[in-house]
Design a protein around this ligand. Structure first.
Ligand SMILES: [Zn+2]
Ligand SMILES: [Zn+2]
Ligand SMILES: [Zn+2]
Length: 262
């Protein structure tokens, strides 16, 4: 791995419906703690003046304004669920600033779904108004270089679907997953920072839980772990007080300097 230091900004730490959840009056949805306000799940990876986004959530415009993102160099997609792709049209202002296409990276099935959802972007027809200018690139399990940093797609199981997380330098980001195959676990050793799905305490068919992700952390022994894709069952302060100090809950706006691999 190249010795590049990176900064991760958590743009959203919430599950697919976000927290607060529409119409819900539970104590977490009504909480005054800003860490209990969770937009849909995404991170920005910044290094050497480059910004790489993982997933474009339906909240992407709000997230980009809040994090004061001024340029975008690439987008990686984990999978094509609505909470991970629906903000793609909002990359247009970055096209205006960049005067060129933004490369987007996704597995073949994810890219096909993106092409269906955003058919007007890819149909090649003459447009009267702006559309995202994108350069689609397919990924499989092979590592690829982006601006001098290696990104390694890590296969994980999200219910019955096989989707990707990503490892880069000393960090890995595994959002939506219910299981991690052994071959992928082997690719996640020696990390400084590991992000894991931890939807809630109760089991869910397509997501990891707090207990399950604690076990994954014990197994992989990263220096630090952050849980994300969190629903309104977890109050930030209370949930964190029950975790060991090297495991924290991610929250919107959290910034982490990534160290080198161990
Ligand atoms: Zn999701
Ligand atoms: Zn609620
Ligand atoms: Zn999903």
């Amino acid at each position: 791995m190249p010795e590049t230091s990176a900064k991760i900004t958590v743009l959203g730490s919430g599950t697919s419906v976000g927290v607060p959840t529409i119409g819900c009056h539970c104590s977490v949805c009504s909480s005054d703690d800003p860490r209990d306000k969770r937009l849909r799940p995404s991170i920005l990876v910044g290094y050497e003046g480059h910004n790489v986004l993982i997933d474009t959530t339906p909240d992407f415009r709000t997230q980009a304004l809040r994090a004061r993102i001024e340029h975008l160099d690439a987008v990686l997609f984990t999978h094509a669920h609505a909470d991970h792709i629906m903000g793609l049209d909002d990359v247009r202002p970055f096209n205006f600033r960049r005067h060129g296409q933004i490369p987007i990276f996704a597995a073949v099935d994810t890219m096909a779904a993106i092409r269906r959802c955003f058919q007007y972007v890819f149909d090649g027809g003459k447009k009267e108004s702006s559309i995202p200018q994108l350069d689609p690139r397919l990924i499989d399990g092979a590592p690829f270089d982006l601006f001098g940093m290696e990104f390694l797609p890590i296969p994980v199981l999200h219910g019955r679907d096989r989707i990707y997380g990503f490892r880069f330098g000393g960090a890995a980001y595994l959002t939506d997953h219910s299981d991690i195959p052994d071959s992928s676990l082997d690719q996640l050793r020696g990390l400084d920072v590991l992000f894991l799905d931890a939807l809630r305490y109760k089991p869910h068919p397509t997501h990891s839980t707090v207990d399950r992700s604690i076990k994954t952390v014990e197994q992989l022994a990263p220096r630090r772990a952050f849980f994300t894709h969190i629903c309104h069952d977890l109050a930030h302060e209370r949930a964190e007080s029950l975790l060991p100090p090297h495991i924290r809950l991610a929250y919107d706006g959290l910034e982490i300097e990534v160290g080198l691999p161990q």
